[in-house]
Design a protein around this ligand. Structure first.
Ligand code: 39S
Ligand code: ZN
Length: 768
């Protein structure tokens, strides 16, 4: 019998229950026990959903209160001393690492948070010490949660991050120099101990994720697989059977590693992203090893094409036999929303094209049944599916000839500004008259409860569009006033009208549909509701001009227009899978180009086009695919921004600091001002700007907005001082490292006051 399996289930719950409970706990509205109980309730509910769908292999330990990678810090007793020294309750210590803690005399920033592969999920980077010791938690979470499911009558397969991936994704703590992979020997005994405990608890199977196998691995990481899995394999019958899971790429370039992994029970590969790896991986399997075929997309919301998926699985079965193939989701379902059943407003035509986590659970079951018992056993499902796939392929909604015609008319010149930076800058100086070390923010100001409530009322029709507009104007007035009081130099309108920087644009473009409950976790308790691209994209009317124009009309300082760039709109949406992403990006770029030109015409002389997702779109391996991606990605940004005159200053924002490996692409965007993250990483990363003689302006974030902690003025001065080792005073802008929407007002004002004071200090210091 071919089994069905799921690699991980979304943990927020149907109505973002986990987010609500966690945030309530943080603001002291519920107790620790209440939060723990809610976690337990959700785990059980999610196991039951999968069980009831008929899924054979159900994951456990895929749950986390903040992040599944952060869980491993506690699992292995790897808590940096700055957190452990307070002897906090384990849950509070965990949240302190995830989001920092500033309370009752404790003041500790969070650990660094980074993108999980090429997704919009963020994990907390394992952060290790030179003299790192590990110790398995007394009650290891994977064991506890396995037993919890077992008590409910559900046998699960616990998921843990593998030792090589844990260490490869880790970094040395600040001021430490350890190369994490050298800690392998110390870490392995804990995995052995954990596996034996799982087995003793009754776990016959375990899923060990080693997603780093899809990277071009450094030799040391690659070489670590053999000793690691020999050691784990040596447990034999004393340990559970191990399924080693890879996803988001192929493992063909690391296929020689499999020869060293013969003790593994099975290997999981992502056949949605890279179907062509099937033959190579099958050929490399040992005589008894099982293939877990990831054929149901864990990263997108399209209904699985059963015919195509079944063909993939049959192909594997032909080579391996039915007993050696498992049908699986391509990756964890963490990246898709909970259930389509919550969507009451989607029109029936498109609704029939989608499948969220709950529906995907049913899909793996149907596919497994089809290949086990033959298509007749699931004829009805297969027929309905074929009909739906066919309906989408032939729908008029997907195809807009006017958009196609406009794309055909795009010329190379449309990608370039009229003059080079020096001439542009001279023009911009005339109107903007900015001081040295200009201060600005990244766009959003706190999205208060009041803003969300008013928007919710407006969405539900409880207040009129006029009332909502008045409310937004009042919000804009307030942020303008606050920026005046803070004495910032370039103002923003604060984005109060936006639910999210991508969803907002999706709702204003044709070719998109949007949902009401389709939330996906982005980090910690934060979720996004990605709009869905179903057809060709165009802009029926201006999207942001009204608010920017209003803000400019009441502000004494330059007002920065604020747009989300084409690549970010693409990547933080659920994109189409029937048209190449470069085509979708160009359609978005043309729509945004019109918006940029309209903003300029409305008198907005500074326009920021955010592209925080540019880097996450970079193919995970180096090589030709990266070059090709960067070409179309950079082109779409340029196409969206190059329609303006020299005097309009184009800003762009990226909230990460690792741009060394694609610095040339960032430079090629030709933005007048770049704001980048850098507040938590080493200022040395800025060296690339000197090395490459970068001529334009840069605002490396001077403090971290991801935590409620308020930086001191001295910390910001120290940071700016460090930056001045790499950037000239004439080049440096002062800004936070990202938008302020997730922050509260008190900490925002305090932090910006410190920032403006620090900027003024340097302004005076460098005044001629
Ligand atoms: N798409 C996207 N990806 C991104 C980012 C981003 O800003 N957007 N930033 C980076 C970090 N990731 C982030 C992801 C989410 C949030 C965030 O703040 N999300 C909000 C939700 C934002 C939103 O869509 N809000 C809506 C809906 C708000 C809501 O929950 N409404 C209530 C009703 C109102 C109430 O009573 O509160 C409901 O629907 O139940 C709105 O404001 O209109 C949250 O989780 O709290 C921040 C950063 C990287 N990736
Ligand atoms: Zn940002």
């Amino acid at each position: 019998m071919v089994q069905s399996s799921i690699l991980g289930f979304p943990r927020m719950g149907r109505l973002r229950d986990l987010k609500k409970a966690t945030e309530a706990y943080w603001s002291d509205k519920i107790s620790r026990d209440e939060l723990l109980a809610e976690g337990k309730r959700l785990r059980l509910e999610h196991w039951k959903i999968q069980k009831d769908a008929g899924v054979d292999v159900i994951p456990s330990n895929d749950f986390a209160f903040y992040d599944q990678v952060l869980d491993h810090h506690q699992l292995f007793g790897a808590i940096p001393e700055r957190y452990s020294k307070y002897n906090l309750n384990p849950l509070d210590e965990y949240f302190a690492m995830g989001r920092g803690l500033q309370k009752e005399g404790i003041d500790v920033p969070s650990l660094e948070m980074v993108k999980w592969f090429d997704s919009n999920y963020h994990y907390v980077k394992p952060t290790l010490q030179d003299n790192q010791e590990f110790k398995l938690a007394a009650e290891p979470k994977p064991v506890v949660e396995f037993l919890e499911a077992k008590a409910a009558g559900i046998t699960t397969r616990p998921v843990i991050l593998g030792p090589v991936s844990f260490l490869t994704l880790a970094k040395a703590d600040r001021d430490q120099t350890v190369d994490p992979i050298t800690l392998l020997e110390k870490l392995l005994p804990l995995y052995v101990e954990l596996l034996s405990k799982l087995k003793a608890a009754g776990a016959e199977d375990v899923q060990i994720d080693e997603p780093v196998l899809v990277f071009d691995l450094a030799a040391k990481s690659k070489a670590a697989f053999k000793p690691a899995y020999e050691k784990l394999g040596a447990l034999g019958a004393q340990g559970p059977r191990i399924t080693l899971a890879t996803y988001f790429g192929d493992i063909v370039h690391n296929i020689d590693v499999l020869a060293d992994l013969q003790s593994l029970y099975s290997i999981h590969i992502d056949l949605v992203r890279n179907p062509e790896q099937l033959d190579t991986v099958v050929a490399a399997l040992g005589p008894k090893q099982i293939l877990s075929a990831g054929v149901v997309d864990g990263r997108n919301i399209w209904k699985t094409n059963f015919k195509a998926a079944i063909e993939k699985v049959e192909n594997a079965i032909q080579k391996l036999g039915k007993d050696r193939v498992i049908v699986a989701t391509s990756s964890s379902l963490l990246h898709v929303p909970h259930t389509l059943a919550s969507e009451k407003t989607l029109d029936a035509e498109v609704r029939d094209w989608f499948s969220f986590a709950v529906e995907k659970a049913a899909e793996v079951v149907v596919i497994a049944k089809a290949v086990t018992e033959g298509p007749a056993a699931v004829r009805e499902q297969l027929e309905a599916n074929a009909k739906s796939v066919q309906a989408r392929a032939s729908s008029a909604r997907t195809n807009d000839p006017a958009v196609k015609a406009r794309q055909a008319a795009v010329t190379p010149e449309m990608h370039n500004r009229k003059s080079a930076f020096p001439e542009r800058y001279a023009e911009q100086t005339k109107t903007l008259k900015l001081p040295l070390f200009p201060t600005t923010t990244i766009g959003s100001f706190p999205q208060t409860k009041e803003i969300r409530i008013q928007r919710n009322k407006f969405t539900k029709g409880e207040i009129t569009p006029e009332e909502y507009e008045k409310f937004i104007e009042k919000e804009i007035q307030e942020v303008v006033k606050i920026q005046e009081e803070l004495d910032l130099d370039v103002f923003v309108h604060g984005e109060p009208e936006r639910n999210d920087m991508v969803q907002y644009f999706g709702e204003r473009l044709t070719g998109y549909v949007f949902t009401t409950h389709a939330w996906v976790q982005s980090y910690g308790s934060r979720c996004v509701r990605p709009p869905i691209i179903v057809g060709d994209i165009s802009r029926p009317a201006p999207m942001t001009v009204k608010e920017s124009k209003y803000a400019a009309s009441i502000s004494p300082k330059p007002m920065k227009g604020m747009l989300t760039g084409p690549i970010t709109c693409l990547r933080w949406s659920f994109p189409r899978d029937d048209v190449h992403q470069s085509v979708q990006a160009q359609q978005l770029a043309l729509a945004l180009r019109d918006e940029v030109v309209d903003l300029e015409a409305a008198g907005i002389a500074v326009i920021q086009v955010d592209e925080p997702a540019l880097r996450e779109g970079l193919p995970l391996r180096t090589g030709e695919a990266r070059v090709a991606y960067l070409k179309w990605a950079v082109d779409s940004f340029k196409l969206s921004t190059a329609g303006v005159t020299d005097g309009t200053q184009i800003h762009s924002h990226f909230c990460y600091s690792e741009f060394q490996d694609f610095f040339h692409a960032i430079a090629a965007l030709d933005a007048d001002v770049l704001s980048i993250e850098n507040s938590k990483s080493d200022a040395k990363l800025l060296k690339v700007f000197i090395d490459e003689a970068y001529p334009r302006h840069i605002g490396p974030g001077v403090y971290d907005i991801h935590s409620p902690r308020v930086p001191t003025e001295q910390e910001i001065k120290d940071r700016i001082e460090e930056m001045l080792a790499y950037l000239t005073p004439g080049q440096l802008w002062c800004n936070p490292d990202c938008g302020l929407k997730t922050r509260g007002w008190p900490e925002t004002k305090a932090a910006l006051t410190a920032m403006v004071n620090a900027a003024k200090y340097f302004r005076q210091k460098y005044a001629q």
